[in-house]
Write a new protein. Sequence first.
Length: 426
Amino acid sequence: MMSSSGRLRKRPAIWLCHSLLFRVVLLLSCLTRSHAFRLGQRELTQLSPDAIFSLVSSPDPVRNVDPSNPDSHLAHILIPRPPDTENNTMVKDYIVSTMQHLNWHVEEDTFTDNTPYGTKRFTNVIATKDPSASRRVILSAHFDSKFFLNYPRSQFVGATDSAAPCAFMLDLAEALDPLFYERQQRLEDGEEEDDDVAETTLQLVFFDGEEAFNTWTNTDSIYGARHLAKKWATTYVNPQAKRRLLPSMITELSTIEHLILLDLLGAPHPTIRSSFLDTAWLFDAMASAERRLGDSGAFAYDGQAANNWTSFFIPRNNMHNFGGIEDDHIPFLRAGVSVLHVIANPFPSVWHTLQDDATALDVPTMRRWNLILRVFMSEYLGLRPSAIARSRDTKADLHRSFDELHSDVEAETSIMSADLTHGARE
């Protein structure tokens, strides 16, 4: 993937024209796929202050991302871990065991592919809370680190790229896991007002082989994402009682509501931009979660004043979305999956250097990411962190109608020449 600070290579003008046509067709296809799931129409319920406090206070939002704690998730991931190495397998096994301990359904998607250094073995890890659910929202990151042939660069650990995001995901699973059981109990007892929330589950995808072995190209990059998107596009869903809302002959790819991709996070003062019009509402929802956490004083930590914080999120312009960084989301985007790309841009200054280690990470920043993800995903999935929250939840004005999406097609076409500055990661 590439930042906009001098690392984006412009493609030929003909490519921009083809991209314009592709994105218009993609947006129109989103409209026609609504029979499978309510793409872009999820109405979020904002958590009450009491519920937010519950997520802030427990579990400890620092413990799992503390690089000085040898038992933290981050410490187990923060080692050199290029694909098809012992370290890569160690990290993969740690992720698998962590999710299995939570009793999530875990799949290891193992395959081989040709690389500039010969045939390599890759394994994506897919952890699903409820594999029988009709739909899923995916939170994802890559767990491999970039391959460097010679010492000392071969000791690259990729703290922001993407050890920290993987640790955020494991922390989220532990924080929200009990809430899924409470949601199921409410549904069984007839106490859940919105039965449709049970149709969507959370799936965590840890991609292998995101990094290029040599120079970023269409064939030397995102090995795991390319393989998984192709696999899911040709894997058909088995009919089940809980999937009664799905039409027959639907693929795994078509049951994805949104793919949320985390990358290059954990360093202080990140700036996050909205990438795609059809997930601008999700970008706003995540920024809203951060704002309400900040207003509650949740960012006070280690001597930092409660009101001394600056948002990670750059307010979006309805007429412009960035969308110019190639990453693991690309094969899914091309297949019509709705994507929210949460990536620091500009990239951290330590990108692809040995300095992208524990010293590049900022604990208060990582703590804030954990809290944002807890609140954001709880609201998306209709989870209720406390009994008190149930009577105080209010409907957020955070929904996206097909009319809005349709209007964005016209806006998209009018700004495409400025909006489509795509590049490849070196």
